[in-house]
Design a protein around this ligand. Structure first.
Ligand SMILES: Nc1ncnc2c1ncn2[C@@H]1O[C@H](COP(=O)(O)OP(=O)(O)OP(=O)(O)O)[C@@H](O)[C@H]1O
Length: 717
């Protein structure tokens, strides 16, 4: 919605800051400096020379130094600052409040310090900053013998004129839409009912809509959800939800926010929560919050970006609740998200509504006449023990069986062949990807990851070989499907859309220490709910390890660490590994992956970019799935490269079908899939796979597609 541009200088400044912190949001949109949301932006302490740029992203940067909760506690104790250990934050008395203004007792503690990042927020004055800012404030106070500090002691950089104009024009737009939209009680009854039906909230009363301030914007036929925030509960922004009837019969919903999603930190319903409320229901959609609130009378909040993320900046606002029930939706994705968010919120206080036929999302449950209170009562505690019985697992198992398609993961839009073989992209898995040097590994994985990212998979890139500008250029070209060099006038329009993708880059380049990389990945998962990390490539983590140790052992250690990370964080890791030196005319096999068999054992999926070095057909590539832990189907399909858009596709003309020979797949002319093979006896060949089965002809080939896979069936951690 916002199209203003920032001057190049502004972009550079933000970029530099991100570089310093090791993690950069893509082409940071300083462009869209939003109205200051619930939180103040990062700040500069006047008494110090260290400075921070005031930009909307600053609050989500990677900390210059990581801090542990033990260190935070030790520091507070050493400074004799009382604190209370909360769920995601430590609570302390705010020193930004004048003496006497603060409320007494623990309940009055209004300074919240994130236990994972050290980031702080004073909920009374809305001053916020990094862990370093907080220490600076304490030092100044103690040095000057003061009991409190004025909130103004922390100042942000002044906005550039352009930034200020952009912010003001955005605010005007928010106000314009808000005043032009109509409260439901002012709509003719018939029209109001029609709109409600269109948005699946036929049973929501006008009184509920009024309580939450929901309106209708006629020009775009959208629902308007307001964001009231700040100390004065002023209008900070809004979300517009539109509905469109599809030809197939369903209704498609689309939303847009002002400010843009990365700065839209509205916990919808927050102004209705009382200071003393101890229980809350979290939903993924505003309409669901209305349903829960109306049906149960419980405090209910909707997350600003649904199931895609829970920004840590919102955590202080959820600290007051002793019980949080997550009812994010009725599908597997919502279920996975609720388990991940519960970890951030503190497992002990969270319970989850398990999606199921009788437990769809709240809006649907209400429409179907279900008892929402009863569904909430039946929610299950998020904390689980490490040893469970089948009784505790049986619902999970049933859920997986009943929702096979959703469990199979996110489908690629550009690679239907990959869906046929791998079924989808799933959280918590490790994919190892290899291919000859210079064959196009980075280019291919870039498009594969972009495809998923465009469908809402929050993605983090670790590109150690090529720098982020080049990588972003490749991705933007793939995104726009054209040579942007030839149409620079379209650059900004595409870049605007590209900026809204949930895409982040580590700013490392060249050799990196595995611990630093893993720390950054952990941080990104916490901050942005990353669910796909791409590492290009493993060899760049080998150099800094102790070289007196066998290099294969080092590689195995690194692969083990990524495996563990993927499992523990429900995050998919795609790891590019170079192959060993092979003869040029030979196809690669799983065993060609550099190092020991550990990579293929630990991986859930092994993908190989095969390159056929034919004089008659140079540059011919195909993608082989050599291992697929989900259901064992393996196969290979040809890829055609479009040099202008840097994209891959399957050639349209179908020619002769070639056979898959176990791991040694010949370059095919069309898709070939071999179903999961029976395990061969030790030492024997994989006869059926070697016969080259395709389609559903039979079962052959080991997990990994055949003889090249050493120790297939390696255990997950
Ligand atoms: N199928 C293809 N046909 C021709 N050129 C290609 C193909 N795929 C990629 N390229 C081009 O080849 C070059 C190298 O591609 P890329 O960097 O993706 O390879 P890589 O396998 O990742 O390389 P490395 O082994 O150095 O990591 C790029 O300029 C890219 O545009």
């Amino acid at each position: 919605m916002c199209t203003r541009k920032s001057p190049p200088q502004a972009r550079e400044m933000v970029w530099d800051r991100s570089l310093r912190h090791g993690l950069a949001p893509l082409l940071v949109p300083s462009v869209l400096t939003p109205p200051r949301p619930l939180l103040q932006c990062s700040t500069v302490l006047l008494s110090f020379s260290r400075s921070f740029r005031k930009d909307p992203k600053s609050r989500v940067d990677f900390p210059a130094t990581s801090v542990t909760v033990t260190e935070i506690k030790q520091y507070l104790r050493s400074k004799e600052i009382p604190f209370h250990d909360g769920y995601s934050c430590l609570h302390a008395p705010s020193f930004f409040l004048e003496r006497g203004r603060e409320r007494l007792g623990r309940e009055g503690f209004s300074l919240f310090i994130d236990k994972t990042t050290g980031q702080f927020l004073c909920k009374e004055t809305l001053v916020e900053g990094s862990w370093e800012d907080l220490q600076d404030c304490v030092e100044v106070m103690q040095k000057e013998g003061r009991a409190s500090l004025s909130p103004d002691v922390l100042l942000g950089y002044p906005e550039s004129q352009e930034e200020q104009e952009a912010r003001e024009s955005e605010l005007r737009e928010v106000q314009r839409i808000w005043s032009a939209s109509t409260p439901f009680s002012d709509l003719p009854e018939e029209e109001a009912q029609l709109v409600k039906t269109m948005f699946g909230m036929g049973k929501i009363a006008n009184a509920t809509l009024k309580k939450f301030g929901v309106r209708f914007f006629k020009p775009t036929k959208s629902l308007v959800f307001p964001w009231f925030g700040g100390r004065d509960l002023a209008l900070r922004g809004l979300k517009l939800l539109s509905a469109r009837c599809e030809e197939a019969g369903g209704v498609a919903y689309a939303d847009a926010t002002l400010p843009r999603p990365s700065a839209y930190h509205n916990l919808f319903g927050l102004p209705l929560v009382g200071r003393k409320d101890l229980e809350v229901v979290l939903t993924g959609r505003e309409v669901d919050a209305l349903a829960v609130s109306q049906a149960t009378g419980l405090p209910c909040l909707a997350l600003p970006r649904g199931v895609s993320c829970l920004p840590p900046a919102l955590l202080p606002y959820l600290e007051q609740f002793r019980r949080v029930t997550l009812w994010l939706g009725g599908d597997v994705r919502s279920w996975e998200a609720s388990k991940i968010f519960a970890r951030k919120l503190g497992l002990r206080r969270c319970s989850l509504v398990r999606p199921g036929e009788l437990q769809p999302c709240p809006g649907e449950a209400m429409a179907a006449g279900r008892n929402l209170g009863r569904i909430l009562k039946a929610s299950i505690p998020a904390a689980h023990k490490s040893i469970v019985s089948f009784r505790q697992l049986r619902e999970d198992v049933y859920g997986e069986l009943a929702n096979k398609e959703q469990v199979a993961g996110v489908k690629w839009a550009r690679f239907p062949e990959l869906n046929k073989i791998l079924k989808g992209h799933r959280k918590g898995e490790l994919t190892v990807f290899t291919g000859p040097t210079g064959s196009g590994k980075t280019t291919f994985i870039s498009e594969c990851a972009l495809d998923l990212c465009m469908q809402g998979v929050n993605t983090l890139w670790g590109s150690f070989e090529i720098n982020n500008v080049r990588l972003a250029k490749i991705m933007l070209t793939q995104f726009s499907m054209q040579r942007l060099e030839d149409s620079l006038e379209h650059y900004d329009a595409w870049a605007d859309k590209f900026e809204d993708l949930p895409l982040y880059f580590m700013t490392f380049h060249g050799q990196q220490n595995i611990k630093t990389v893993l720390d950054t990945m952990h941080h990104a998962v916490y901050m942005y709910d990353i669910s796909h990390v791409v590492i290009d490539n493993l060899q760049f983590m080998m150099g800094q390890e102790n070289l007196s140790v066998d290099k294969f052992a080092v590689q195995d250690h690194i692969i083990g660490a990524f495996r563990k990370f993927a499992t523990n964080n429900s995050c998919h890791v795609t790891l590019i590994i170079h192959p060993r030196k092979e003869e040029d005319d030979k196809e690669l096999q799983t065993a060609s992956i550099f190092g020991t068999a550990k990579a293929s054992q630990e991986a859930d999926n092994v993908l190989i970019l095969q390159e056929k070095k034919l004089v008659s057909c140079p540059g011919r590539r195909s993608l082989q799935v050599a291992k697929n832990r989900l259901d064992g189907d393996v196969g290979i399909f040809p890829l055609e490269f479009n040099k202008a858009s840097l994209t891959f596709s399957t050639p349209k003309s179908k020619t002769k079908l070639r056979k898959v020979k176990g791991d040694k797949a010949e370059t095919p002319e069309t898709v070939e899939v071999a179903e999961r093979p029976e395990k061969p006896a030790r030492g024997s060949k994989t006869p059926k796979a070697e016969k080259g089965l395709t389609g559903t002809e039979g079962k052959g080939g080991a997990e990994g597609g055949g003889k090249g896979v050493a120790g297939s069936g390696g255990k997950k951690q």
